[in-house]
Design a protein around this ligand. Structure first.
Ligand SMILES: Cc1cc2nc3c(=O)[nH]c(=O)nc-3n(C[C@H](O)[C@H](O)[C@H](O)COP(=O)(O)OP(=O)(O)OC[C@H]3O[C@@H](n4cnc5c(N)ncnc54)[C@H](O)[C@@H]3O)c2cc1C
Ligand code: SF4
Length: 364
């Protein structure tokens, strides 16, 4: 690590003032679980002059619901989201997404704001200085995307342009499902950004003097089926190969409302709009769920080594639509290929509104 100025911010105003003072040369430190990896590996073109500690800002770790919104302070820790009774009862997909992140040690310090704003995990982008990096690429504003002709197994199959790194945040998937918004603050005021629009192919939507203060979720009714599923290669501590969250309302076995969000397939989190429209008014069974899975992947343009993600996404969407509880799940297509055989390698994190007891290994 290199020397930097350390600023302890006591208020959001002090934090954004420090960001404005060092415009573009400062980074916020919330839990530090991503930031200090970035600083130690020295892979960014510019090393920050200042680190603005926001752990010293009091009262920004709340999780509460009012008449119209669930409000979560940016400094709420992932462990608090995963264990919140309110979230487990009414926002189960978010509780489970938080629980699916990394390991207990990381969830104990990592914050929701930091999880949403963490940097991408592309192996070229993060190549450390001490073993020959940094490597320049399109995302760093200097050169082509090396993943296009290189190792792109973990990269985007939808929506990539110039950069194909996927959004690594699990909580963003659940928040996109809920049509959540981020309350963003700068020294000159506040604004709301939809989580759905927050991620761009080359970064996220914050200016250099802005920070996320609060995450706002429109209040949900009690009776929705919510599901969050995450396919990973390693059982503990791994980023999603594909993740899917679904929110389904049924009446007499017909789907009256469907929302489906997909993570790790694109630079941002995508809503499967065609699949959502297809499901409305239809019965929920393995055939309609499988069709929704196919529609969710319509327009996918895999790179040379990541077409395997399409089948995984098909099946995860279908399973999420059925709430992962139906006995008919066995008739859905498998996610297997020679390399990515789910019976050997994968873990599914799952939840539905009735049960958010942590993650379940489907086949061990
Ligand atoms: C081994 C390992 C495994 C992991 N696995 C997963 C996983 O499976 N799923 C997953 O989602 N993540 C995973 N992560 C990433 C992890 O979740 C993030 O490191 C963590 O959530 C970041 O939160 P933090 O509070 O520590 O953020 P920090 O490290 O403090 O900050 C991260 C970035 O966000 C910025 N930032 C922080 N707070 C704000 C704010 N309020 N407003 C604006 N910008 C802000 C910081 O400046 C920094 O650039 C993993 C990380 C590790 C190290
Ligand atoms: S995917 Fe993005 S971060 Fe990775 S090499 Fe390409 S441009 Fe860089």
């Amino acid at each position: 690590m290199r020397p930097f100025t350390h600023v302890n911010a006591r208020t959001v105003r002090q934090a954004t003032a420090a960001l404005a003072k060092y415009y573009g040369q400062a980074r916020l430190n919330a839990g530090g679980t991503d930031l200090f990896g970035v600083l130690k590996d020295e892979f960014l073109p510019l090393y920050p002059e200042a680190i603005v500690n926001i752990k010293t800002v009091r009262g920004l770790d709340y999780i509460r619901e009012d008449k119209s919104l669930l409000r979560i302070g940016a400094l709420a820790r992932l462990v608090d989201l995963a264990q919140s009774t309110l979230l487990r009862q009414r926002y189960g997909a978010l509780a489970e997404a938080a629980h699916a992140v990394a390991s207990p040690q990381i969830r104990n310090v990592a914050t929701l704001g930091g999880n949403l704003c963490q940097d991408v995990r592309c192996c070229y982008y993060r190549y450390p200085r001490h073993i020959g990096g940094p490597i320049n690429c399109a995302r760093k504003g200097n050169g082509p995307c090396l993943a296009v002709k290189g190792d792109n197994r973990n990269h985007a199959i939808l929506g990539g342009r110039r950069c194909f790194a996927v959004c690594p945040s699990d909580t963003a998937v659940a928040l996109t499902l809920y049509d959540a918004q981020l309350l963003v603050v700068s020294p000159t005021g506040e604004r709301l950004i939809s989580v759905r629009d927050f991620y761009t192919p080359l970064g996220h939507g914050l200016s250099a003097d802005e920070m996320v203060k609060e995450i706002q979720v429109p209040r949900l009714p009690d009776t929705l089926q919510q599901t969050f599923l995450k396919f990973t290669l390693r059982k503990p501590i791994d980023f999603a190969i594909v993740s899917v969250a679904a929110l389904i309302t049924r009446s007499n076995d017909l789907c009256t409302e469907a929302r489906i969000a997909m993570g790790a397939v694109a630079p941002g989190v995508l809503r499967a709009v065609a699949a959502e429209e297809f499901l409305r008014g239809r019965p929920l069974n393995p055939e309609t769920a499988a069709e929704a899975g196919k529609l969710a992947m319509e327009g996918a343009k895999p790179l040379s080594r990541n077409a395997y993600k399409i089948q995984i996404a098909h099946t995860l969407v279908a399973r999420a639509v059925l709430g992962q509880s139906s006995t008919a799940l066995s008739s859905l297509p498998s996610v297997g290929s020679d390399v990515y055989d789910p019976t050997e390698l994968s873990t599914f994190h799952r939840c539905n509104s009735a049960s958010v007891e942590g993650y379940a290994t489907v086949v061990d």
